[in-house]
Design a protein around this ligand. Structure first.
Ligand SMILES: [Zn+2]
Length: 150
């Protein structure tokens, strides 16, 4: 499972009751994206929640793809957001705190930790392959990115 399958809406219960409808807890579930980002539903949310949902939409769902928000870009952008937080020196618990403040989302720190470990291992593999191929630019690029995550 991708990390984006393990990102949840923090005040899910409260939002569901404001919208008078049920939707999955997972932030990136298709039904969640559809329900939360309909204009008329958005208007039913209290202001603080609306702000967070709008921030989320602006930051992760702003592509022009026809299939938006189901084009995969929101997930990709969110993964980049997580890696950026890590590159800024945040540990898994702090990453979870920040996504809560920014977007009212949460994840289990253990899931964030394994995601970050996985990213480091992927970059290691890229680095090794690029070295073997004699592509030293790609290798040092991967090394740099990996070092940012450590
Ligand atoms: Zn897209």
């Amino acid at each position: 499972m991708a990390i984006t399958d393990k990102i949840y809406i923090k005040n899910h219960q409260q939002i569901a009751s404001q919208l008078e409808t049920s939707f999955p807890k997972g932030a990136f579930k298709g039904a969640t994206l559809d329900i939360l980002f309909q204009g008329e539903n958005l208007a039913k949310l209290d202001e603080a929640t609306q702000d967070r949902v709008l921030d989320f939409a602006t930051d992760f769902m702003d592509c022009d793809c026809e299939a938006n928000p189901h084009c995969g870009h929101p997930e990709e952008k969110f993964v980049r957001y997580l890696l950026d937080l890590r590159a800024q020196g945040l540990g898994p618990d702090a990453v979870v705190d920040v996504m809560g403040d920014d977007y009212m989302l949460y994840a289990y720190p253990g899931d964030v930790l394994s995601f970050l470990d996985g990213a480091v291992r992927t970059l290691e593999a890229v680095e090794t392959l690029a070295d073997v191929d004699g592509r030293s630019d790609a290798a040092s690029d991967a090394r740099q990115k990996r070092e940012q995550l450590l």
